[in-house]
Design a protein around this ligand. Structure first.
Ligand SMILES: [Zn+2]
Length: 116
């Protein structure tokens, strides 16, 4: 079953909300990374290692966040183009429950499972 205009609009709003949350989180996260830099001048060796671990984690979080933002942008582009909700692999309609759980999904369940 194809998505209705109303459903598409709801997905668009959800994606825009996710996008703005991620951008906000990115701004906060970048501040946290800077704090680690400053702390290194005055903390001991062990806590410096902790700080470096925390920094590595926040860099990893930032990397995932950027990937997620790209997925959201692509999903928004697909909504504009009118092919949102179609599997990129087989062209079938992606199950609504799957899109609901993951609005950036680009593959139907069968194709996603085939990839794993
Ligand atoms: Zn498929």
């Amino acid at each position: 079953m194809e998505l209705t205009e109303k459903e598409l609009h709801e997905f668009k709003l959800r994606l825009l909300k996710l996008q703005s949350d991620l951008i906000k989180a990115a701004e906060t996260g970048e501040q946290a990374e800077e704090v680690v830099e400053l702390d290194q001048t005055r903390v001991g060796r062990l806590s410096r290692m902790d700080a470096m671990q925390a920094q590595a984690m926040s860099i990893e979080t930032g990397r995932r966040r950027r990937l997620h933002l790209v997925e959201i942008e692509k999903a928004l582009e697909r909504i504009e183009a009118g092919d949102y909700g179609e599997c990129l692999d087989c062209g079938e309609i992606i199950q609504p429950g799957r899109l609901d759980a993951k609005p950036t999904a680009t593959l139907c369940i069968a194709c996603a499972e085939a990839l794993e």
